[in-house]
Design a protein around this ligand. Structure first.
Ligand code: PMP
Length: 379
């Protein structure tokens, strides 16, 4: 706390990213990074950058990368916005599109950065409970479906109001990940389309950070629905968490709105190395397919292995599993694994405090995790 902070800064409750310890012999399964490195073509494209790549400013419109993404998705560059990781893209999305009079709706158990953006940009939000199977229930996102009794109060971070709990439920925007995080559960495209179609007057954002590991993308619906925005990242399925590249796909008018905010903040969020590496990653479809299929395969084997040890594992369409054991507390298991030099993510939050979120590693890493879990649950 400092007397030089403004009032808003004092109210912020910043996002806490998973730890990034640089310890030898640590098995790091806590932040959903890809176990295989990026395509060799990415490394070559970055290495091929010249003196001028650093001497000159990058292209503020990131046109070449946007063209590559558009081609891959069957859209035009006017449908594509890029940013410094999807976290930055999401920040602009909250600022430019989800900050409205009515609260933004998102699941109660979801990516914990969403309420943080709401705090920063002073956006009211309403947390919609997942159903008893930890799934997003479509009916809860249809206009008029949610009542104040079912949904609880709206929240405006930094105030004590239950803003409009008694007002008829109306969303100013909707955002959810598909697959959801940290549950890993995916909704079928028909569910997503129902939500988008039923809410034509507000923006519906689908955060597809993990979509490549087993869910259906909503990018195919973009030309049909001007209120749909899909946000993606190269951090997970393209193994480029360290390069910081994310993007959004949507109607050109939505993209223009994001551009206005971005160009009022930072003209060059992606440097020349990131632009070159990301373009090469998008273009190397063969490497992408092989490595993401390997992760999916390992996930299925790990799921069975955990189930054999008595864990309940939610069906995952992501590069992680969300699992709990009936006889052991999540915090104890996380601490036990840490003592064995394995870190996983544990959220000390209502409804999910007994779960562990475990990133899928190589088969050898999954085997190491399983043997550590076996020791913990059988002693
Ligand atoms: N969305 C979801 C659901 C995530 O889990 C993450 C990763 N923490 C992100 C977005 C952001 O990823 P990045 O900024 O690396 O693109």
């Amino acid at each position: 706390m400092s007397r030089f902070w403004n009032k808003l800064v004092a109210t912020l409750d910043p996002y806490v990213p998973g730890e990034q310890p640089r310890l030898q012999n640590l098995l790091k399964l806590n932040t959903n990074e890809h176990p295989y490195g990026p395509s060799p073509k990415v490394l070559a494209a970055i290495a091929a950058q010249t003196n001028d790549s650093l001497r000159l400013y990058p292209d503020p419109t990131a046109l070449v990368l946007r063209q590559a993404i558009a081609k891959r998705c069957g859209l035009t560059p006017e449908h594509v916005f890029v940013g410094n990781g999807s976290d930055e893209v999401l920040g602009h999305v909250f600022h430019a599109l989800l900050k409205q009079e009515a609260p933004v709706w998102f699941p109660d158990i979801t990516y914990s950065f969403y309420p943080v953006y709401c705090g920063l940009y002073q956006i009211k939000f309403r947390a919609i409970p997942l159903d008893e199977h930890f799934k997003i229930a479509v009916k809860d996102y249809l206009p008029g479906a949610a009542t104040e009794t079912a949904r609880g109060a709206d929240v405006l971070v930094g105030t004590s109001v239950s803003a409009s709990a008694s007002v008829a439920a109306r969303a100013g925007g909707i955002i959810f990940p598909n697959p959801n995080a940290p549950t890993g559960r995916a909704n079928p495209l028909t569910d997503v389309e129902q939500i988008v179609e039923a809410n034509p007057d507000i923006v519906v954002v689908v955060d597809e950070a993990y979509v490549d590991f087993g869910a259906q993308t909503a990018a195919t619906l973009i030309e049909k629905y001007p209120n749909l925005l899909v946000v993606r990242t190269l951090s997970k399925s393209h193994s480029l968490a360290g390069l910081r590249v994310g993007y959004a796909l949507g109607h050109p008018e939505l993209i223009q709105g994001l551009d206005r905010v971005k160009n009022s903040f930072n003209s060059y969020p992606l440097d020349n190395l990131a632009l070159a590496g990301a373009t090469a990653a998008i273009e190397d479809e063969e490497y992408f397919e092989t490595t993401r299929n390997a992760v999916i395969h390992s996930r299925e084997a790990l799921t069975v292995g955990l189930q054999n040890l008595g864990f309940e594992v939610l069906p995952s369409a992501a590069n992680f599993v969300f699992a709990r054991h009936p006889d052991h507390k999540g915090a104890d298991l996380a601490a036990g694994l840490r003592a064995k030099n394995i870190i996983v993510r544990h959220f000390n939050k209502p409804r999910i405090s007994d779960f562990l979120r475990i990133t899928i590693g190589t088969d050898a890493q999954c085997a190491q995790l399983l043997s550590a879990c076996r020791e913990l649950v059988t002693h």
